[in-house]
Design a protein around this ligand. Structure first.
Ligand code: WT7
Length: 674
């Protein structure tokens, strides 16, 4: 199990065509020709897709490259995302079609769900208009302001988001697993005036008191004027700060049932949302996404990657707090007028077959999940899957981290009955949309266990060596995107310099007008041109598919009074892909103890959230460093995976070698003892 260990073990030469897809299969060379054709003129190519959407005003220019790398798509164009997701669908005859099937977590004694709600396009439109009215008329929400959401997956959240963007405001959704501290940091950066939350949420049968976390966060956030609270679990002892906090139901109580709010005419390059993600510094990055490019990119990938048809039922297991939730669990499904499922709770509650029962109950045809989830279900065993009829499935894709061939084979056999299109879709918070994947909606090239396949049409990707040359097949290098694409980030909120530096500096040659987007991923291409992403090339971990910067963890740790220095690296984990492991130097007066280890783990939970908790904490007397004081994570990582010390003679100062060797030995002894 675990993630991809070596390139030579990858099944480059396995070609699988599921029987039911035979008439949609296309040879690799045919697909390559489609891509080449699309790249001859990407503006023309993407304009053809954009023409399929409804614009209030057509664009003047498809791609504005006048100020690279600040590319802008469909400039001069005007549109509205809420309009496209709701009004436009109703205009196309989907008024009474079910848009959202919602299933709450709680179950009865037989294990059946107690709460199921089905909302049609008309239901969503009605509610969205009422909320839009309340936000604008009662709370004075202005175009361009950013509302922060810290919520469970409940239908009210969907309509609140659609209402927000209807009136031209933007959202910043913070995953409900983040701590008060992490939430506060994000609210402050976005300067939100309004925060939306719920009284609590269900998780594995327990109630998590969300509003209390918001109260703690908001204490540090002077910009916050209003907190909207959705009653989800019915807590009776929720503290409501007079003048600041308002129940969602009270906000809407006096809004007429049939109110209509005209969707704001937004410019294509206006902001739809900000989503925070981790980078290589302690400060999370607010990734800013546009409206026009994003809408076009989503529309295309829903059709190509998910091959969406009108009678599909989509189940995406991603939480709305991540980009996968934004793109393919809200806007994507709505913009193509499909039916999709939101499940509120834990995948293994009340038993490890909750997801399989959902697929069976609603006849899910398209399932989107993560490799970590697949590996977790592998552990539970196939009997849980076998109990259910999953024969409606025709597409099952994964996302978030590399999928090891063994996990791919397991789900291809047990979920797909070897008869679904099954792709590992590569993309990032920054890319907004899937960029590398099989595209069954265009034609299915052969599947290979664990590959990401090729870029979608209209997108050019490559694997480069350190000098920027294309790597030959089988040679590991850096994954880059060589063309701007619709859906790409606009910038990093309040930090355009960091945007340029992080993504456009490593390989671009501005003097030659060459702009290359650096993904921070390692990848390898095979002789067919299939791309296999291997993992991050920077100091960012993927823990159960969630992105966590080691610098964020380190900065949290050193804020604890006992900690003088800290270094965090990822350790391979059979289920989660990798988990954080911390090496800590204590301050004078503190000594190592199991209690302190526990305390530091809890500290990280408190500072960032449960998802960031180190699996292990090692107390050391010194950390291996270069003479210039940089912590040698490569070396710590070598210790963790049991690799030899390797070449440390490249250190700029030889006198550090002995020191480093000593530190290495100390670490090794510690790690071996555990
Ligand atoms: C990083 C981006 C975009 C959805 C969720 C993750 C890794 C993502 C794959 C895949 C191998 C993948 C990369 C990337 N990643 N999908 N199919 N195969 N790696 O978004 O949190 O912004 O993380 O996830 O390392 O850089 P994110």
């Amino acid at each position: 199990m675990g993630s991809i260990s070596s390139i030579s073990s990858l099944p480059f030469d396995e070609y699988i065509i599921p029987p039911s897809w035979r008439d949609r299969a296309i040879p690799i060379d045919d697909y390559k020709r489609i891509c080449e054709e699309s790249l001859r003129n990407i503006e023309e190519f993407w304009a053809k897709v954009a023409e399929q959407l409804k614009w209030f005003k057509k664009w003047d220019r498809v791609l504005d490259s006048s100020n690279p790398p600040f590319f802008k798509w469909f400039v001069g164009g005007e549109l509205n995302m809420s309009y496209l997701c709701l009004d436009w669908q109703i205009e196309q005859g989907r008024k009474n079609k079910v848009a959202l099937i919602w299933e709450g977590e709680p179950v009865d004694e037989r294990g059946e769900p107690i709460e199921v709600r089905k909302l049609t396009y008309y239901d969503l439109w009605r509610e969205t208009n009422r909320i839009a009215y309340a936000l604008r008329e009662k709370l004075g929400v202005k175009k361009g302001e950013i509302i922060t959401f810290y919520c469970p997956m409940i239908p009210e959240l969907a309509t609140l988001l659609l209402a927000t963007v209807r009136i031209g405001a933007a959202h910043s959704i913070v995953f409900s697993g983040f701590s008060a501290q992490a939430l506060a940091e994000r609210i402050k950066d976005a300067e939100s005036r309004i925060v939306v939350t719920a009284d609590g949420m269900y998780r594995r049968g327990r109630i998590l008191r969300l509003k209390e976390i918001v109260d703690e966060a908001v204490k540090q956030c002077p910009t916050v004027e209003k907190v909207i609270v959705i009653r989800r679990v019915g807590l009776t002892d929720v503290h409501m700060e007079p003048g600041r906090d308002i129940w969602y139901s009270d906000l809407l109580s006096d809004v007429p049932r049939n109110v209509y709010v005209e969707p704001e005419r937004m410019r294509s390059e206006d902001t739809l949302f900000v989503l925070y993600t981790s980078g290589t510094t302690g400060k999370p990055k607010g990734i800013v996404h546009d409206i026009g490019g994003y809408a076009v990119g989503l529309y295309a990938t829903m059709k190509w990657v998910f091959d969406v048809r009108d009678d599909d039922i989509i189940f995406n297991s991603a939480d709305i707090g991540w980009i996968t939730g934004h793109s393919y669990n809200l806007y994507g499904p709505l913009i193509v007028g499909s039916t999709f499922i939101w499940y509120e709770g834990a995948p293994d509650y009340p038993a490890p077959d909750r997801w399989w029962s959902i697929i069976e109950r609603y006849g899910v045809t398209i399932f989107y999940t993560s490799p970590t989830a697949v590996r977790m279900f592998m552990r539970y065993g196939e009997d849980w899957v076998r109990k259910h009829d999953l024969s409606t499935l025709r597409i099952v894709h994964t996302v978030g981290e590399p999928i090891n061939p063994e996990a791919w084979r397991w789900y291809f056999r047990n979920l797909c009955r070897e008869n679904c299109a099954a792709s590992s879709t590569w993309w990032m918070t920054e890319t907004g949309i899937i960029l590398i994947s099989h595209v069954p909606g265009i034609g299915l090239t052969p599947l290979k266990p664990g590959t990401n396949a090729m870029p979608i049409p209209g997108v050019e990707a490559d694997v480069l060596d350190e000098d920027g040359n294309s790597c030959p097949p089988g040679v590991k290098g850096y994954l880059v995107i060589k063309t701007p694409w619709p859906g790409m980030l606009l910038t990093i909120l309040k930090d355009p310099e960091r945007y340029v530096k992080t993504y456009w500096s490593k390989f671009s040659k501005p003097d030659q007008g060459l702009w290359i987007f650096y993904t921070s991923d390692y990848a390898v291409k095979d002789k067919d041109g299939y791309i296999w992403v291997l993992g991050r090339a920077d100091e960012v971990l993927k823990v159960a598919g969630h992105r966590i910067g080691t610098a964020e963890l380190e900065s949290a740790l050193i804020q604890h009074p006992a900690v003088a220095e800290a270094a965090v690296v990822g350790k391979p984990d059979p289920v989660k892909g990798e988990v954080p492991v911390a090496f800590v130097v204590l301050r004078e007066g503190y000594s190592p103890s199991p209690e302190l280890e526990k305390e530091l783990k809890e500290w990280v939970r408190k500072m960032i959230g449960p998802l960031a908790e180190p699996a292990e904490v090692y107390f050391v007397t010194k950390l291996p460093k270069t003479r210039s004081g940089k912590i040698m994570r490569r070396l710590i990582k070598a210790v963790i995976v049991g690799a030899p010390l390797g070449d440390i003679t490249t250190l700029e100062d030889a006198s550090a070698v002995e020191e480093v060797k000593k530190a290495y030995e100390e670490l090794r002894r510690l790690v071996e003892r555990k």
